[in-house]
Design a protein around this ligand. Structure first.
Ligand code: RIB
Ligand code: CA
Length: 309
C-alpha cells in the first residue's frame, strides 16, 4: 500500500531536515513535493539545504520548488538556531546537483493540488509566507487542501522555557492571519507540545545506537542545533518540525482542541503572538485546532524506527 500523498513546505533548518528525512523514509507518506521558504536561513540557503538533504537520503526524484525570499509584509528576520548556512554541523554533505522545479513554490503547490484526484494534506514547518501567498494567488486550491498541519504558534506557555511568540508565526504574522482567515482546516502544533520533545542524554544514547551514515548525520545536526537551547535555557534541542510531520504518520501522538486564534500584528512585547480565545469572548467560531498534549515517548520511538529501518 503506498503512503498518503503530502506536500511539505519547510525552511531547513536542522529540525526541518529531520522532518524531511522522516517524511521520505516513512511508508505512510508519499512525498509529492517539497517547497522551501526563508526563515531559519535565507531562501538560497534553505533551498540548497533541502536539495542536499534529499540527495543525501536517496530522494533526488522528489521535486523541489523555491519559494518566498522574505515574509509577505515585512523584512526577513532570520532564525538564529541553525547557523549562517542553516544546516551547520554536516559540512561533509555534498553540494546539491539536483535541479529545482522551474516555477515558484506557490505555482508548484497550486499545480500539484489542482491535478490531484483527491484533496491533499499540506505540512508546513516554517513561516507561512508560501501558504499565505498560495491562498492570495490561487484561491481555487482551497477545496483541494485536505488540511494544513503547521508547526507554529504558542498558546498556553506553561513553562518559562516558552517565549511569548513562536518564530514561524513571528517571522510572518500577516501570512498566519491570511491562512487563518481563509477557512482552511488547520492544525497548529505549537511550542506547548514541541518543547516537550527535547533531545537529552537518553535520546542521544538511543540515536547513537543507529550506527549508519544517516544516524550519524542526524546526531551531528542535533549537536549543533542544541547549542542555542542549551546556552539560553539549559535544555536540549526541541524537535519542533519532526513532531508536526509525525502527525501525518500517527495522529494520536498529539491531542488537539478547537479555538479561535488571533494574531497580534501591533504588539510591542508580543508582536506575532498567536492568541487563543478559549472562552469565546470574541464570539468567533474556532478557526484552528491547537495541540495541547503530546506522547513524547511514542514520538521518539517513531523517530528511532524511521531512522533505523
Ligand atoms: O519555533 C520553531 C520553528 O522555528 C521551527 O520550525 C524551527 O525550524 C524554526 O523554523
Ligand atoms: Ca522550520
Amino acid at each position: 500500500m503506498s503512503g498518503e500523498p503530502i506536500l511539505y513546505d519547510c525552511d531547513p533548518g536542522h529540525d526541518d531536515a529531520i522532518a524531511l528525512v522522516m517524511a521520505q523514509r516513512s511508508p505512510a507518506i508519499d512525498l509529492l513535493g517539497v517547497t522551501t521558504t526563508c526563515g531559519n536561513a535565507t531562501i538560497e540557503r534553505t533551498t540548497e539545504n533541502c536539495l542536499r538533504i534529499l540527495e543525501f537520503i536517496g530522494a533526488a526524484s522528489v521535486p523541489v520548488a523555491r519559494g518566498c525570499y522574505r515574509p509577505l509584509a515585512r523584512p526577513l528576520v532570520l532564525g538564529t538556531a541553525d547557523g549562517p548556512s542553516g544546516l551547520e554541523g554536516s559540512p561533509y554533505l555534498p553540494p546539491a546537483t539536483k535541479a529545482l522545479e522551474p516555477v515558484h513554490a506557490v505555482d508548484f503547490l497550486a499545480r500539484k493540488l489542482l491535478e490531484a484526484p483527491e484533496p491533499i494534506r499540506v505540512v508546513a514547518t516554517g513561516p507561512l509566507s508560501n501558504i499565505g501567498l498560495l491562498i492570495l494567488k490561487h484561491r481555487e486550491v482551497l477545496p483541494k487542501i485536505r488540511e494544513l498541519i503547521w508547526m507554529g504558534g504558542v498558546f498556553y506557555r506553561k513553562s518559562e522555557f516558552i517565549t511569548p511568540t513562536e518564530f514561524n508565526a513571528f517571522c510572518d504574522p500577516e501570512a498566519v492571519r491570511i491562512v487563518l482567515d481563509s477557512g482552511l482546516p488547520m492544525k497548529m502544533v505549537g511550542l506547548d507540545v514541541t518543547m516537550q520533545v527535547l533531545v537529552e542524554a537518553p535520546q542521544y544514547e538511543a540515536l547513537g545506537k543507529i550506527d549508519t551514515p544517516l544516524g550519524r548525520v542526524v546526531v551531528d545536526w542535533l549537536r549543533f542545533y542544541e547549542k542555542l537551547h542549551r546556552n539560553s535555557m539549559g535544555v536540549g534541542g526541541a524537535l519542533h518540525d519532526p513532531l508536526a510531520l509525525a502527525l501525518v504518520i500517527d495522529p494520536t501522538l498529539v491531542r488537539f482542541r478547537p479555538a479561535h486564534i488571533g494574531v497580534d500584528l501591533s504588539g510591542t512585547f508580543a508582536f506575532g503572538a498567536t492568541v487563543a480565545d478559549f472562552w469565546n469572548e470574541r464570539g468567533e467560531p474556532p478557526n484552528a485546532e491547537i495541540a495541547h498534549e503530546v506522547d513524547a515517548d511514542r514520538f521518539f520511538d517513531l523517530l528511532y524506527t524511521l531512522l533505523s529501518d
